[in-house]
Write a protein that binds this ligand. Structure first.
Ligand code: SF4
Length: 304
């Protein structure tokens, strides 16, 4: 298996946050799942697989919504109580396996929480906040206009539910993970569920999804509707598509791909050298980064 160059929104996020983190995420970890790999590669892989409480909540909610929509496709409605119960159980299961360090058996198969690994104390109040967030997100989804609309048109053509796909952009593979897409009344509706706060790049991510839909389902942009649904804050945001926004997104993609490729020592073979990926100086960000024990082996506990 080769480490081929591709582009994704999360990759771009890493690249703009910290070049060293980007290197670990997309190059340094490669092969770390193999027993013959060296200790450093295995450690990078282990840290890459780490998650955090907010990320875990996001994964659990996405998994549950995926299940709700798959059941809806089959004609059944899943109850909110069932989803709530399963979400909380799922969190408890992951929390326990992380606490018991089951990830030592396999970093890929068991949860390793940042909060446990780096001893970030979680009070009873913090855990109640987790419960509250899960409940609010689930209610936010069930009460959302988006879910109500999807239920009304559930006999439409469901095109995608939590599916990792890719499309070609000027000879680069661009990965997208559409939470939900359906065809209704000649239009394509794309939804992205968000469990966090609104950030600027969310809109761009949806424009990239629209580019995918345009290519994959051969649909004009004026017949594509895209929505960010902030289920925690119960805020749906319809993103406006126009020629300029698509033009700007293409320009952004071109620039981002060029910058990433220009950091490589071998463009064709996608080979990177750690020296081309400096650490950042903002230790505040480092303090919240899963790689801090690699970058600051002596004093990661003292980062503030
Ligand atoms: S600890 Fe800091 S320098 Fe190291 S990868 Fe993370 S953000 Fe970058």
């Amino acid at each position: 298996m080769n480490n081929e160059f591709s582009w994704s929104s999360s990759r771009a996020r890493s690249f703009s946050t910290c070049k060293r983190k980007y290197y670990f995420q997309y190059y340094g970890h490669w092969g770390g799942w193999l027993s013959k790999s060296d200790d450093l590669t295995k450690k990078i892989y282990l840290l890459k697989k780490m998650t955090s409480i907010p990320q875990l909540i996001g994964s659990i909610i996405h998994f549950q919504i995926e299940n709700i929509l798959k059941e809806l496709k089959k004609g059944s409605i899943v109850s909110k109580d069932k989803v709530l119960k399963e979400s909380l159980n799922s969190f408890k299961r992951s929390w326990n396996e992380s606490k018991e360090k089951k990830w030592k058996q396999s970093p890929k198969d068991f949860t390793n929480l940042f909060e446990h690994y780096y001893s970030v104390g979680q009070s009873r109040e913090d855990l109640l906040k987790v419960k509250d967030k899960i409940e609010t997100c689930i209610s936010g989804f069930f009460d959302s206009d988006s879910y109500k609309f999807i239920k009304q048109v559930a006999n439409s053509d469901i095109l995608s539910i939590e599916q990792l796909s890719s499309f070609d952009f000027e000879n680069t593979k661009v990965y997208v993970n559409l939470d939900f897409a359906l065809k209704h009344d000649g239009k394509i509706y794309i939804y992205d569920w968000k469990t966090g706060q609104k950030v600027q790049e969310d809109e761009r991510q949806l424009s990239i999804y629209a580019m995918y839909a345009n290519q994959r389902w051969d649909k004009n942009y004026d017949l594509i509707r895209i929505f960010d649904v902030y289920i925690y804050s119960n805020l749906p945001v319809k993103v406006k598509l126009n020629i300029k926004s698509i033009h700007d997104t293409k320009k952004y993609l071109r620039k981002s791909i060029k910058e990433m490729k220009s950091s490589l020592v071998d463009n064709e073979k996608n080979i990177a050298n750690i020296d081309n990926f400096p650490m950042i100086e903002n230790v505040n960000i480092c303090n919240r980064c899963q790689y801090k024990s690699l970058c600051y082996p002596e004093n990661w506990k003292n980062l503030k």
